[in-house]
Write a protein that binds this ligand. Structure first.
Ligand SMILES: CC(C)(COP(=O)(O)OP(=O)(O)OC[C@H]1O[C@@H](n2cnc3c(N)ncnc32)[C@H](O)[C@@H]1OP(=O)(O)O)[C@@H](O)C(=O)NCCC(=O)NCCS
Length: 207
């Protein structure tokens, strides 16, 4: 069952609220935040500008994410992928209106290369991004804590994520909150395209 649109988890701070969905009127902001914060993975596929934002938001499932907002402004978002549903849904039909048939096919191939299909007991973090001016204030930690509650409520026992070698600060955050590295994987032969050479898969088992 879809959660109610006004469903909120407890406040992160007196002014920052966490929600278990992306409000309809924040979809464009979410796409812009994803494209800028997760540029190394998304820009090679989607490009930049209005077309990239439109193509990205076409695939969003607004009920497969945790969001943080302050004064009706989106300040952070965490996309969730489970074995049954995911925040980012890309098909030839969502891409073709923006990139044509050939442009969609190579983009699908690149996205398939990056895609991780979660196991039945896993929630996979399909991107987490906080506005630059809000970083280092606990929003990312709060989004992940809310995901843990979400996962437990959905009968899932493992959170999995991938962090690229070019992002040691994010890796440090994940280690601090209990994630353990399980293996590293290379993005060869696409390292030059994506701007990173390898990524580390990290896992947290929930009690
Ligand atoms: C990674 C990210 C989601 C963390 O969110 P956050 O709200 O800054 O995280 P918190 O405030 O809860 O925790 C801060 C910790 O995050 C880590 N961090 C990672 N990148 C950071 C950044 N650009 N600014 C501040 N902290 C960052 C640090 O380890 C920091 O701990 P420290 O203060 O001891 O150095 C956020 O910095 C971000 O959006 N970065 C750009 C996108 C990105 O890298 N996403 C992760 C992809 S795997």
């Amino acid at each position: 069952m879809m959660p109610a649109e006004n469903s909120r988890t407890p406040s992160l701070t007196p002014t920052i609220q966490l929600l278990d969905h992306l409000p309809d009127d924040r979809v464009d902001d979410a796409a812009a935040l994803y494209l800028s914060a997760l540029a190394d993975k998304l820009v090679p596929v989607y490009g930049v500008g209005p077309r990239a934002r439109q193509a990205l938001m076409c695939g969003f499932n607004r009920h497969m994410c945790i969001t943080a907002e302050e004064n009706d402004r989106l300040v952070g978002i965490l996309g969730i992928q489970s074995a049954v549903a995911g925040f980012m849904n890309v098909t030839i039909n969502t891409l073709r209106p923006f990139y044509g048939t050939f442009g969609s096919l190579w983009r699908m191939a690149l996205l398939a290369f990056l895609h991780y299909p979660p196991m039945a007991d896993e929630a996979y973090i399909d991107g987490v991004a906080v506005l630059p001016e809000y970083r280092g204030r606990g929003v990312g930690t709060g989004l992940i804590a809310a995901l843990e509650t979400w996962a437990t409520g959905h009968g899932l026992s493992i959170i999995r994520l991938e962090v690229v070698d070019a992002n040691p600060r994010a890796e440090k955050l994940y280690r601090r909150i209990g994630f353990k590295a399980v293996h590293a994987q290379t993005v060869w032969p696409f390292g030059t395209l994506f701007g990173f050479q390898s990524s580390t898969v990290m896992v947290k088992t929930l009690n």
